[in-house]
Write a protein that binds this ligand. Sequence first.
Ligand code: DGL
Length: 248
Amino acid sequence: MESKKIGIFDSGIGGVTVLKEIIKLLPDEDYIYFSDSINNPYGEKDDNTIIEICDNITQNLINKNCKCIVIACNTASAKAAKYLRNKYPNIPIIAIEPAYKMVYDYAYNKPTLVMATKGTIESEKFHMLYKKYDNHKTYLLPCIGLANIIEDGNLEEITKYLKENISTYKGKVENVVLGCTHYPLIQKEIKEVLGNAQFFNGASNLAKHLKDILIDKKLLEKNSGNIEFFDSQNSKEKEERFFNILQQ
Ligand code: DGL
């Protein structure tokens, strides 16, 4: 019998930062990663468009024998997780969110910069999280276009973007929430601009949560740890970068 897989998706290869954390805890599961690079960026799309895109991807992953779905995209999680959970009640849908609660738990008193897409920052879901854990020393920064630049992988563009958009926070913040799954890929570059800061990223908590859910639902499997990659543009270059990052 064909093994059941964990389906995971993002608007491109950014979600590899989430898959990396998941594999540390669940190395024997089989995975299908869907990189929706044709629709990148999600961050500036309206809610209904994102819901429709995510529904199609989810349906596809279920058809490919996935037993659960990981939304490895903060924007898609904020806008589509509720809809998908209602539509597919028998499939666990695990959704990432910006690690703002982690700041509350571990570094509450420090000035904090939350970097995320415009869609995430403006979403009702993030608004509720922010209201609940507000440390009253937080700057919310919608990084319009940044995920797209990271997806393209041009280091010069990335450095230019960061200099122009986050230099102003240098010396002002000690915590940085990486509220988009693409941003951990440029943590080093962000650090170069902001100086010493503590970084918060929701991926490791998501991985723990996923493992708990699989145990609870008796869905844990010992397979071969196989990872299949699909990209909506069939980009070989994305596939290569994805597996390179995964091996680093
Ligand atoms: N990586 C995604 C996120 O976590 C989406 C970025 C985008 O497509 O705008 O929000």
